[in-house]
Design a protein around this ligand. Structure first.
Ligand SMILES: *Cc1c(COP(=O)(O)O)cnc(C)c1O
Length: 373
């Protein structure tokens, strides 16, 4: 039984996110990892993920990987760059930097093209970099940089990568399922997302959508055992099983989450709800006098960064705590050159939740004595 104290707060964050009751309920059972019912769940999830990527199952596959989203990123970086390969990482935020950190820990030869967090990477410079350095074998970029909410042009970048012959890896952690992505059209070889972002499952695994012809060329590349993407794929293909203990409960919840996504109208339906959340939030915040960090043309509908108000009474810690007391959880900023906080538009939240949050923010700034206009 839930007591008043255990009431779930509403999460306006980049994940884990608010999930439906029915997704949580789907976890309430113990499934054996070799049970035929569980294996059927895994197969169904893998198939549906390929469909969400608008890809042909003869050409693409979904490899599930235990752990959070970063584990999926590490699986791709560690298993798909050839032993003497060179990785180009396009960076305009903290998650691009994380990819560079992974490559550095793995001692992979890496070059980066780095841009300010409010700026779309230059396609021209990417094209030039690929032309100038023929040693580049792999290219990585983040789709929605959750640092700010900026959306990077993965299709346009993919065209240059394809021309260069390099392998293309997109971190679409916070966008997959909510922003339409056509894997073959974007020339994507590997795309990573996780259970607890826009598909609205609970945390516990990430998934890698892989172009089969590329994946099959990576034998011997892996720099670790648990993260070996090709072996994980081969294990799943052989008997439908994970090589090591799978997050059975999380997978059962995820299957339910996929079903609820279909009911909502798939990626399109989800995109509409999140966009409505975003528009409602932006309008309400602007009315109060808050200003967003990004220019509107660069801003996606996943998460929004707002600048701290220019008022000595504002303290993020107090603002956060006050909202938290009202059962609304927002998120600190991650931008390096501006003081921001973030509000996520994703998860099982609706326009009514955004409106309730706006009321709580209005109350909070009044209580804190902040004047915005
Ligand atoms: C959430 C997120 C990650 C990291 O995921 P974890 O589950 O915290 O490991 C990576 N990249 C992007 C773009 C994200 O939004």
């Amino acid at each position: 039984m839930k007591t008043k104290k255990q009431k779930d707060k509403i999460l306006f964050t980049p994940g884990p996110l608010t999930t439906s009751q029915t997704v949580k309920q789907a976890m309430m059972r113990d499934l054996g990892s070799r049970d035929s019912e569980f294996i059927a769940i895994v197969n169904e999830i893998r198939q549906k993920l390929v469909e969400l990527g608008q890809a042909n199952p003869d050409e693409y596959t979904a490899v599930l990987m235990q752990g959070s989203g970063t584990f999926g990123l590490e699986a791709v970086v560690s298993s798909t760059v050839p032993p003497n390969g060179k990785l180009l990482i396009i960076i305009n935020g903290a998650y691009g930097k994380r990819l560079a950190k992974i490559a550095s820990v793995l001692k992979i030869d890496t070059i980066t093209l780095e841009y300010p967090e409010n700026t779309i990477p230059s396609l021209r410079e990417i094209e030039d970099a690929l032309k100038a350095d023929k040693k580049i074998t792999n290219v990585s970029v983040v789709h929605c940089e959750t640092t700010t909410g900026i959306i990077n042009p993965i299709k346009e970048i993919g065209e240059f990568v394809a021309k260069s012959g390099a392998s293309y890896f997109v971190d679409a952690m916070s966008s997959f399922g909510a922003v339409p992505i056509n894997l073959p059209e974007c020339n994507i070889d590997y795309l990573v997302s996780s259970a607890n972002k826009c598909i609205e499952g609970v945390p516990g695994f990430s998934f890698v959508l892989c172009k089969l012809s590329s994946l099959k060329e990576t034998a011997g590349y892996a720099r670790g055992l648990s993260f070996d993407l090709l072996e994980q794929y081969q294990g799943l293909e052989k008997n439908g099983q994970f090589r090591f203990t799978p997050p059975t409960h999380t997978l059962a919840a995820f299957r339910q989450a996929l079903e609820e996504m279909e009911t909502e109208g798939g990626v399109k339906g989800r995109a509409e709800r999140y966009r409505k959340n975003y528009e409602t939030l932006l309008e309400g915040m602007r009315q109060m006098g808050f200003k967003e960090y990004l220019r509107p043309e660069n801003q996606g509908y996943i998460i929004t960064s707002f600048l701290y108000p220019d008022d000595p009474n504002f303290s993020f810690e107090k603002f956060y705590e006050n909202l938290n007391q009202k059962d609304y959880v927002i998120y600190p900023g991650k931008v390096s050159d501006a003081n921001c906080f973030r509000i996520g538009n994703i998860g099982r939240i609706f326009e009514a939740d955004i409106k309730a949050l706006l009321v709580a923010i209005t109350q909070t700034i009044t209580e804190m004595g902040i004047k915005l206009k």
